[in-house]
Design a protein around this ligand. Structure first.
Ligand SMILES: *Cc1c(COP(=O)(O)O)cnc(C)c1O
Length: 396
């Protein structure tokens, strides 16, 4: 951080201070508080010597700009890794991170609970370049060692699992991997670095779909890959080679979102837990999948490893006709139906993991719904859902 606080560098700043000050250098921008948006492709070199030596901080718009650098610095500070690169989406961050470590003949271990487009990348792209994906039970823990062999290059984790919210034993998985020189990658989007310290738990590469909580306003797509010392050279080289280019406009929106990340997450957490607890008491609900809710699946490991929870969780309903489900979802006033999450607004989508899982079986007694609890008044959100349940009953 270079905003005048560096003389006290031995004292570590808290997360709220890091999101507020990280990656800002106002006096490099005439005192303006925020890093400006540097748009551009061409970057000029002042002399032949400099051009020949490629000797300056910025060389070409595709690589980095002061705006993208500012976001990398801030996310890097938050994650506590050695190096951060941006990607134009969370999915590109995932694919770039995986491609940084694999070659033909390798195997990777992939959690069966992974975000579906990550799975699609493995099945449609990695398979064509001779990299085999072995899906594993997200709850495998230390037994992961049994799946590892000399061809295993990396383990990909995502905790909690997309849609189904299994909490993985990351330290046990990381220990098995480290003993065999296997990389550990984690999609850490749900908790963000504020609520899960990936590097402290043995992860080598922490990935964010910054589209979600970091951008926080549903107005941009963005990803980040943060690597430790061991992994950073490979990630950096691969990101440059693949031609990844994150626009400075997007990076600016990421920086603007980041400044309020800590306070937004606190509210998402509180409202999410309150509504999850309320849903658990409803007769329409068979099970709530929210790892921070006492008694919910994964709660013990969540409590051991995480320092908070965000606003995304799922509920499994008792059996109900499609018409009843449609009556509930179609007339919600505050909950919107749509993909992505992490913005300020509440969302709800039905899902079904049973159609694509291969290492585990997944089932729900009735329809399954994923909710994102936004920043609206909690009582208004409950009333919206309650009216939905009433319509479901009437239609049912
Ligand atoms: C949304 C999401 C992604 C992909 O992010 P995009 O920015 O939409 O490409 C990756 N992982 C998880 C867990 C996500 O929720």
């Amino acid at each position: 951080m270079s905003d005048g606080n560096s003389d006290n560098s031995s004292r570590k700043l808290g997360a709220a201070s890091v999101v507020t000050h990280g990656g800002r250098d106002p006096f490099a921008a005439h005192g303006f508080v925020n890093t400006p948006v540097y748009r551009g492709s061409t970057v000029l070199f002042p002399t032949f010597e400099k051009l020949k030596a490629y000797d300056q901080r910025y060389t070409y718009g595709r690589n980095t700009s002061p705006t993208t650098d500012a976001l990398c610095e801030a996310i890097g500070l938050l994650e506590g890794g050695a190096f951060t690169v941006l990607a134009s989406s969370g999915l590109e961050a995932v694919t770039t991170a995986i491609l940084s470590f694999v070659e033909a003949g390798d195997e990777i271990l992939m959690t069966d609970s992974v975000y579906f487009p990550t799975r699609r990348f493995c099945d449609q792209v990695l398979s064509r370049i001779g990299v085999k994906t072995i899906y594993y039970d997200p709850l495998i823990g230390a037994d992961m060692a049994k799946l590892m062999n000399e061809r295993t290059r990396l383990v990909f984790t995502e905790s909690p699992g997309s849609q189904s919210f299994e909490i993985q034993d990351i330290p046990a998985i990381a220990k098995a991997a480290r003993e065999r020189d296997i990389w550990v990658l984690m999609d850490n989007t749900w908790a963000t670095p504020l609520y899960f310290r990936a590097f402290d738990h043995g992860v080598d590469v922490s990935i964010q779909s910054a589209t979600k909580y970091i951008v926080g306003h549903a107005d941009a797509l963005l990803g980040s890959i943060t690597a430790n010392d061991r992994a950073m050279a490979q990630v950096k080289r691969t990101s440059i080679a693949l031609g990844s280019a994150t626009g400075s406009e997007e990076a600016f929106l990421g920086l603007r979102g980041l400044r309020t990340l800590e306070v937004r997450l606190e509210r998402h957490q509180r409202a999410g837990l309150e509504i999850a607890g309320w849903l658990a008491s409803r007769s329409e609900v068979a099970q709530v999948l929210h790892p921070a809710l006492p008694g919910a699946p994964g709660h013990e490991i969540w409590k051991r490893d995480f320092t908070g929870s965000s606003g995304l969780f799922s509920v499994l309903l008792h059996p109900v006709a499609q018409s009843g489900l449609a009556a509930m979802l179609d007339n919600l006033k505050l909950f919107g139906m749509g993909y992505s999450w992490g913005g300020y607004e509440s969302l709800i989508v039905p899902f079904d993991c049973s159609t694509y899982r291969t290492a585990t079986q997944w089932s729900s007694p009735g329809p399954a719904l994923r909710l994102h609890i936004g920043l609206e008044d909690i009582d208004d959100l409950k009333a919206d859902l309650e009216a939905g349940f009433e319509r479901m009953k009437q239609a049912g």
